[in-house]
Design a protein around this ligand. Sequence first.
Ligand code: PLP
Length: 427
Amino acid sequence: MDTSKSEQLFKKAQQYMPGGVNSPVRAFKSVGLTPLIIKKGQGSKLYDVNDNEFIDYVCSWGPLILGHSHPEVIDAVCTAAREGTSYGACCEKEIELAQLICEAFPAMDKVRLVNSGTEAAMSAVRLARAYTGRDKIIKFEGCYHGHADSFLIKAGSGMLTAGVPTSPGVPKALVEQTLVCKFNDLDSVKKAFMQSGPNIAAVIVEPIAANMGLITPRPGFLEGLREITRLYGSLLIFDEVITGFRVCYGGVQTLTQIEPDLTTLGKIIGGGLPVGAYGGKREIMDRVAPEGDVYQAGTLSGNPLAMAAGITSLKKLREPEFYERLKGMAYHLTDRMQSSFKAHNLNYSINRTGSLFSLFFTEQEVFDYESVLSCDTQKYALFYRELLQAGVYFPPSQFEVCFVSEAHSLNDIEKTAEEVDKVLDKI
Ligand SMILES: *Cc1c(COP(=O)(O)O)cnc(C)c1O
């Protein structure tokens, strides 16, 4: 595969941008490659500047549930653009998207639209702190909520010891306000509440974790979080930035009928343009300015292009059997991969739900961050590089999930399964 143009361009990129990228995982560091520079995305395929073609299972890290440059989404964006790209004032489209979102999510009476998932999670936590009059939050090891200071914290050496920042630049005073518990381990949450309950403003969780590979909640875990937060008067925040319109129309809260107090969204709701959202119960959301006293604002929030892409996408998702079809494709693919693993005497774990899946290069059951760390990341990198050569674009990290979109055809799925099998022969 000729990647000379990407290599040339990436040299220039490194001259002007830190690491040559605008978001770290794009640098392909954990798979030991020079990143491809992408020229075009169409349907299920990505094309790099050397015109190599790839079947894409990253889908822009989740937003592109309809695939790349879906004709109806593109039309909607172009039509909107002709009427102006930003008004700095109210527009009808933002009302329409807000209504679609509130109607889809049982626990959302009102929503505030922002520009990214990071902004949504950061604002939801500020609101939870204001509403409860408390400062501490609980997050889970391996869950990602964007890069706001309060979230860049991992567990310390022992349970219940203070957390440690995952990046320099996070103030010590903030580190002390974030407690880190273990996903799928209610006892760790109970202990944190026993120690600091009256000071805990909120528990924030990915109700299906999809940023340490895919990890589903064990029966009782989410129910337990709902119960304990209620008991202590803390808020429960579901970060559904990935899961929101991915696992079904209306997110994990629709699947499980567990209602969080606040929900954060992003990715799919922008149809490939930058949008985030946070919303929840009326009495909490009414604390947001200008109705209430909790400040949060955005120059480009409710942007008409992004709204047009979001509205058009969400309407497509309401078509009958949409999610069943997607799940069918993803399960067909993972069934085939499972057989390939077996045929190669590999007992690797595959986690899957709906159109999300993860291949974990470990024989352990993967149910939390610790078990994710048992993966053979070197082997994954080798697998990744071979698969890329064969024209299949997986996430360039063992710890990211694969996404199937509506644009993936049975042909794409069959070809992917065959290539995976061949790669396993090689490595
Ligand atoms: C992607 C993601 C975010 C951050 O969203 P950005 O738009 O990248 O800021 C937050 N939470 C979850 C669960 C995510 O997957």
